[in-house]
Design a protein around this ligand. Structure first.
Ligand SMILES: Cc1cc2nc3c(=O)[nH]c(=O)nc-3n(C[C@H](O)[C@H](O)[C@H](O)COP(=O)(O)OP(=O)(O)OC[C@H]3O[C@@H](n4cnc5c(N)ncnc54)[C@H](O)[C@@H]3O)c2cc1C
Length: 431
């Protein structure tokens, strides 16, 4: 399979393809999936002294890891500390809140510890509010995350305008521990760090079967058999039928991204002069950031799948120009899409189908920091920590009822979200 044609693949430093796995191999830990979650698991488990083999069906970062917007966001889209504790109980909730709160610290720490060149900037993540309700929620989010000791701040409408260069939002908040990076370069850096720590990584190596054995698990690919004591499956929304029921445990959400050609310095100085990333409070999110060469990047979703690949990039391109008051439509240079796995409660989940086998999903559209942190948890499991003691709740597989129908719900409900966003927004900001 060819590398995805994303901005990030085109601009990250070249990486040589790793060899396909061949022959009979043994390992303490087999990691299935070469995204942030798999790479972070492999790195942390290898650093802990395990013999680790990671198998990726395509290339490292060919899933959501290479297709996202590169926003490092240390919180969840829909749930904050109070809600997490209410859902999981005080003790488990505290663990997950702590994991989320420090997840961007982990990303930027790994980048500096392993000297990963990925255009990373810890410039902060901004969430402007599009409505009075969202503004009140921003105040509450600041209250909750500052109680966790996080570097967060409420922003007035004027402050949002100064930081973003765009008009109309009612205020918002910033988490200064977030930031931006080139996700493909970050993933490739994690892969090299994992190899330096002793992990064996293979590309074009799809696992096609998993069988329990007296000593653990046997995995098969077209060209190899791997015997491992433990297996971590982190195939995210790209899960196939390897673990029965896994692909039915989440909503697969297709998200589109675009990047313009590099923009003139005059635009760059007006918009996001501090280089932050922005995801506003709408249900139909409006997001934007610049890359290192001043390309403007935004994203969006589709309602109808038919023809979406041609239609949606144009629509989100126009929306970006309108939202940011650009005098003309800047030329489009890249358009791509990826699939995010979204859980019913919007929180990360570990799934334990059988002893010695665990699957992890921490995507929920905010996965750079969360899946990196989940990888560290999964490495703890691989070295002997019981699943129930980890920061992420672990459960048996729980397929979503009527999944064949329900999987379309996030897209089908988009027109209602757009309508609600519009009626809540003051005039001039309802686009
Ligand atoms: C368009 C888009 C924009 C996003 N923007 C952001 C953002 O700005 N910030 C943020 O924090 N998050 C963002 N996300 C979410 C984030 O990208 C993901 O949460 C994260 O990359 C998930 O990483 P992962 O390792 O769990 O899965 P993935 O990166 O999806 O990796 C799964 C891998 O498993 C492999 N695989 C599948 N089956 C097999 C098999 N049988 N054998 C071997 N390998 C297999 C796949 O090939 C794939 O490479 C975005 C997501 C999308 C789709």
């Amino acid at each position: 399979m060819q590398e995805p044609a994303t901005l990030w693949h085109a601009t990250a430093a070249f990486a040589t393809l790793r060899p396909q796995v061949k022959g009979e191999i043994t390992a303490d830990l087999l990691v299935i999936g070469g995204g942030f979650a798999g790479l972070s698991t492999a790195l942390h488990a290898a650093e802990a002294g395990l013999k680790v083999v990671l198998l990726e069906a395509n290339q490292i970062a060919s899933g959501a890891t290479g297709r996202n917007a590169g926003f490092v966001v240390p919180n969840f889209a829909k749930v904050d500390p109070d809600g997490i504790r209410a859902t999981l109980g005080e003790a488990n909730g505290n663990q997950l809140v702590q994991m989320a709160a420090t997840s961007a610290d982990l990303v930027f720490d790994l980048i500096s510890r392993h000297a990963i060149a990925c255009d990373a900037h810890r410039s902060g993540w901004i969430q402007p509010a599009h409505s009075e309700t969202a503004l009140n929620r921003a105040k509450d989010r600041v209250r909750q995350w500052s109680a966790e000791g996080r570097p967060v701040e409420f922003l007035t409408a004027a402050a949002v305008q100064t930081l973003t260069g765009a008009q109309g939002w009612l205020g918002g908040w910033i988490d200064h521990s977030g930031g931006v990076l080139n996700p493909v370069a970050y993933a490739r850096g994690l892969a090299s760090a994992a190899e330096k720590a002793g992990a064996h990584l293979h590309e074009n190596s799809r696992v096609t079967a998993l069988t329990a054995t007296p000593n653990g698990w046997q995995a098969r690919t077209e060209t190899a058999t791997i015997q491992a004591h433990k297996v971590v499956n982190v195939t995210n929304a790209y899960a196939d039928t390897l673990i029965p029921g896994l692909a039915h445990s989440f909503f697969p959400l297709k998200v589109f991204q675009i990047a313009t050609e590099p923009l003139p310095q005059s635009v760059r100085q007006r918009l996001l002069p501090g280089g932050q990333c922005v995801s506003d409070s709408r249900r139909n999110l409006f997001t934007f950031r610049f890359d290192a060469a001043n390309r403007l990047i935004t994203g969006g979703m589709h309602i109808l799948g038919l023809g979406a690949d041609a239609r949606v990039p144009k629509a989100i391109h126009r929306r970006m120009a309108q939202m940011l008051d650009l005098p003309e439509l800047p030329p489009l240079q890249y358009a791509w899409s990826g699939i995010a796995a979204v859980m019913r409660n919007f929180l990360p989940r570990l799934i334990t189908p059988a002893p010695g086998l665990i699957a992890g999903i921490a995507c929920n559209g905010r996965g750079i920091a969360m899946t990196t942190a989940m990888g560290r948890e999964l490495a703890l499991w691989a070295t002997g920590t019981p699943a129930e003691s980890l920061a992420i709740p672990a459960t048996a597989p729980a397929p979503i009822p009527l999944h064949a129908l329900m999987r379309h719900a996030p897209n089908a409900l988009l027109p209602i979200s757009q309508w609600r966003d519009r009626i809540e927004s003051p005039a001039g900001l309802g686009r």
